[in-house]
Design a protein around this ligand. Structure first.
Ligand SMILES: Nc1ncnc2c1ncn2[C@@H]1O[C@H](COP(=O)(O)OP(=O)(O)OP(=O)(O)O)[C@@H](O)[C@H]1O
Length: 224
């Protein structure tokens, strides 16, 4: 599903952020990406999403070599990968359901189909009651769940999220993480960047730890 082979990433001529990173995530896995602040977690997720190019190395996502992606194939990759970035990029002049319908409108679905799929997505994240609400009227946890609904509405094979529980209290963070677990349990490969040790300890997981200069891979640990 995701394969990195000897990937390097620098933003400038300075020290590379990622150096010789090699790993593989198989279909249906749930993987945390951890590491200290500034280690390159967001960078790694952006490379997976095709939002940043690698400086060197090979990246394959959902059977596609990202460096060989043709303009025609790009929209298919975009739909196969649901992305939730640190800034959720919700549109605050639209309702919750309009936010979720947007990727479907972009993909050319008729309004009625988009509305019913958006409703199903809102239901999956527990926001059915809030479909007409403005995102600004939602709590932090609800906004995260809305961003998840928008990311999964195109039924992606892979879901990636950058610190989706930052700034949330413990109980809300657990609820948001449970939403990811639920999608993972129906087969969606899930990659979540976090530095929340408690959440990593609670949810069964494999952890990729990015440290300056290397990547450590901890296989699945069961929550005790
Ligand atoms: N667009 C950019 N241009 C230049 N440098 C960047 C850019 N994005 C990130 N960096 C630098 O790359 C390094 C890694 O940043 P990144 O955001 O990937 O780390 P992170 O592990 O996600 O950090 P945090 O946990 O604080 O979010 C940092 O030194 C950062 O300043």
């Amino acid at each position: 599903m995701i394969e990195f082979a000897h990937v390097f990433k620098s933003y400038s001529s300075e020290h590379p952020v990622l150096q010789d990173v090699t790993f593989r995530v198989g279909p249906g896995e749930f993987v945390f990406v951890a590491g200290p602040s500034g280690a390159g977690k967001s960078t790694l997720l952006k490379l997976v999403a095709g939002l940043e190019p690698p400086s060197k190395g090979r990246i394959e996502v959902n059977g596609q070599r990202l460096d060989q992606l043709t303009p025609r194939a790009t929209p298919y990759l975009r739909r196969a990968v649901g992305v939730i970035l640190q800034d959720t990029h919700l549109l605050y002049d639209r309702s919750a359901i309009d936010n979720v319908m947007l990727p479907l409108a972009v993909a050319g679905h008729p309004h009625a189909t988009a509305a019913s799929r958006a409703r199903a997505a809102l239901q999956k994240v527990g926001l059915s009651e809030k479909e007409r609400a403005n995102p600004l009227a939602l709590s932090g946890g609800e906004q995260q769940r809305l961003a998840i609904a928008r990311a999964i509405v195109n039924r992606p094979a892979l879901l990636i999220a950058d610190e989706p529980t930052a700034n949330l209290d413990r109980e809300t963070a657990r609820k948001v993480m449970t939403v990811f677990k639920d999608f993972n349990q129906v087969g969606v490969t899930t990659l979540v960047a976090t530095h929340d040790e408690d959440l990593m300890a609670e949810f069964a997981h494999r952890v990729l730890v990015i440290e300056p200069g290397r990547l450590r891979d901890f296989p699945v640990r069961r929550a005790s």
